[in-house]
Design a protein around this ligand. Structure first.
Ligand SMILES: [Zn+2]
Length: 141
């Protein structure tokens, strides 16, 4: 499993990743007085200047379907997953996620992808499929 820079594509093992120059995870972060560590922690900065976890590519679509507030999000995870997957599409109910941040609904649509193109194509497709699916279910009920 390797980390991959979303800017230049450089790959790092976790050991190498931890040796990268560190920066604040948020520019306006505050230092925790008790620990002396920034409240949001440190992030790695690639030699090209790309900030991990801050600049990762993503697409997000929010819409109402079947009476639910849906959010479909496709992100560059930056960390390789099994099978060389770097991107992930998740679908969740915005209202439910207030209680549980990552409540996954319609998990059958959850998918990981190898390339940005696959990720983008799937994202566009699944937005339509989820709308159709939820709107149809409402008509049947
Ligand atoms: Zn880079």
């Amino acid at each position: 499993m390797k980390w991959r820079c979303g800017g230049c594509g450089a790959k790092y093992t976790t050991e190498e990743y931890l040796k990268l120059k560190q920066g604040l995870s948020k520019d306006n972060d505050e230092i925790d007085e008790a620990t002396g560590v920034p409240k949001h922690g440190y992030i790695g900065i690639c030699s090209c200047g790309y900030k991990f976890h801050n600049e990762n590519w993503y697409i997000q679509d929010k819409f109402k379907a079947g009476g639910k507030n849906i959010c479909i999000s496709t992100v560059d995870m930056e960390l390789e997953q099994i099978g060389g997957m770097y991107y992930e599409t998740v679908i969740f109910d915005v209202d439910k996620s207030k209680e549980d941040h990552m409540t996954l609904i319609l998990s059958k649509y959850h998918r990981r992808h190898k390339t940005k193109k696959e990720a983008r194509d799937y994202h566009i497709e699944v937005v339509e499929r989820v709308k159709d699916d939820l709107n149809e279910k409402t008509l049947v009920e």
